[in-house]
Design a protein around this ligand. Structure first.
Ligand SMILES: Cc1cc2nc3c(=O)[nH]c(=O)nc-3n(C[C@H](O)[C@H](O)[C@H](O)COP(=O)(O)OP(=O)(O)OC[C@H]3O[C@@H](n4cnc5c(N)ncnc54)[C@H](O)[C@@H]3O)c2cc1C
Length: 160
């Protein structure tokens, strides 16, 4: 907000009013844009980014809850799940690269750790392609299973 340096008090008031009206208008516009964004988020078809974020959440969480010692049938269904996902992922250019990646590095279904690390590496390939930072794969269970040791991700305590 600008503070007038000269003029009479009525000029000051008019200037303040104008300035306050502009600020109020900006705030209302901000709230309206925010409401629109929120509405869009819950009601519109997804774009590549939000589809990706939701898909990685599903994939990493599925891997984090995969057994340490899977039965042969669990290994089969996981292999099928990943391969079918790669064939049907609804972003065609993402799908092509992901299919190429899992052809070069087939899915490792031998244990929770192997699957989670394998997936982390696949995700890092996409991160590199998009110019993003790579993720430290030793932290994959902290991110997707346990949360940080300091409890930041624990449910907030209810007030008495
Ligand atoms: C199979 C697949 C292929 C994709 N290919 C493309 C593509 O070719 N082009 C394109 O534009 N987008 C692609 N995407 C989408 C892209 O990867 C991102 O999901 C999107 O850009 C949104 O990014 P984000 O910054 O929200 O975080 P995301 O990359 O979606 O990551 C979500 C969260 O996962 C965690 N994370 C990040 N990296 C790792 C990792 N290596 N291991 C474990 N956890 C991690 C972080 O906490 C991060 O906040 C693809 C998505 C999928 C599932």
């Amino acid at each position: 907000m600008t503070v007038p340096q000269s003029g009479n008090s009525s000029d000051h008031q008019t200037s303040h009013l104008k300035s306050n009206t502009t600020t109020l208008h900006s705030c209302l516009q901000y709230l309206s844009d925010k409401a629109t964004d929120e509405w869009r988020e819950h009601n519109c078809p997804v774009d590549v980014k939000s589809l990706g974020k939701a898909s990685w959440t599903l994939l990493h969480t599925t891997a984090a809850y995969y057994p340490d010692r899977p039965a042969p049938s669990q290994m089969d269904t996981m292999r099928t799940f990943i391969n079918t996902f790669a064939e049907n992922y609804p972003c065609w250019h993402c799908r092509e690269d992901f299919q190429r990646s899992i052809k070069e590095s087939p899915v490792r279904v031998g244990s929770r750790k192997k699957l989670s690390e394998w997936l982390c590496q696949r995700h890092n390939e996409v991160n590199v392609k998009l110019g993003k930072e790579t993720f430290d794969c030793t932290k994959v269970f902290e991110r997707w299973l346990d949360g940080p040791a300091d409890g930041r991700c624990d449910a907030p305590k209810k007030k008495a």
